[in-house]
Design a protein around this ligand. Structure first.
Ligand SMILES: C[S@@+](CC[C@H](N)C(=O)[O-])C[C@H]1O[C@@H](n2cnc3c(N)ncnc32)[C@H](O)[C@@H]1O
Length: 192
């Protein structure tokens, strides 16, 4: 489904960063979860404006959204991650450096005012402090999971109900569960 340019970009990133965690990043669960996010998001929003991607990792999500850009109106992507090497990979996978800009910083220090849409598919990897700094009126798209036994997962949730409670939104547009082989992934879309 995601062929040609994106495959070439991923191929180049693998050649330049062979020791990155490709087994996890390109696993069926990770890719299905991102594709699921895009399919759900297009049902609820079209104009995404400036998209902040928190815990951006290797930048596969912005690349996959960009691949489906005909469904959305997008100004640019701002990627945030604590790990600079991950962002170097993300820059290869998202080669339009006018449209994809990344910041090697803690999401808690991000300027949410500059974003229209805030996406965090790494909620399980961090505390929820950042969430409470988002100003009113932003579109928010979150994913987490119940894979408590995975290293680095410091903030998993048991189920979709706990997820919705943990990240209170002014208007909930959608929440759901995707059952994967080893764990469940949860999605929450709404506005602050
Ligand atoms: C393993 S990855 C992402 C997994 C997730 N399921 C996904 O594909 O979106 C989690 C990322 O969050 C980043 N991260 C964790 N805490 C962070 C923070 N406070 N600020 C910025 N990035 C953070 C890590 O550096 C890592 O690249």
């Amino acid at each position: 489904m995601y062929e040609l340019d994106l495959t070439l970009q991923i191929g180049q990133a693998i050649r330049e960063y062979p020791n990155a965690n490709w087994v996890d990043a390109l696993s069926r669960g990770q890719l299905e979860s991102k594709d699921w996010l895009i399919q759900k998001l297009r049902l609820h929003a079209a104009d995404l404006g400036v998209i902040g991607i928190l815990g951006c990792w290797y930048g596969l999500l912005p690349a996959m959204i960009e691949y489906n850009k005909n469904w959305f109106k997008i100004k640019m992507y701002l990627g945030y991650d604590l790990d600079n090497e991950s962002l170097n990979v993300a820059k290869i996978i998202n080669p339009d450096h006018h449209k994809f800009i990344c910041f090697n910083m803690d999401v808690n220090d991000a300027n949410f005012h500059s974003m229209d849409t805030i996406i965090n598919t790494s909620c399980e990897h961090m505390s929820d402090d950042w969430f409470h700094k988002i100003p009113e009126g932003k579109l928010v798209v979150l994913q987490s999971n119940n894979f408590f036994d995975c290293e680095g997962h410091v903030n998993c949730v048991k189920n979709e109900d706990e997820f919705v409670e943990k990240y209170p939104l002014k208007r909930v547009l959608h929440y759901d569960t995707l059952e994967l082989q080893k764990y469940d992934r949860f999605i929450l879309i709404g506005t602050t």
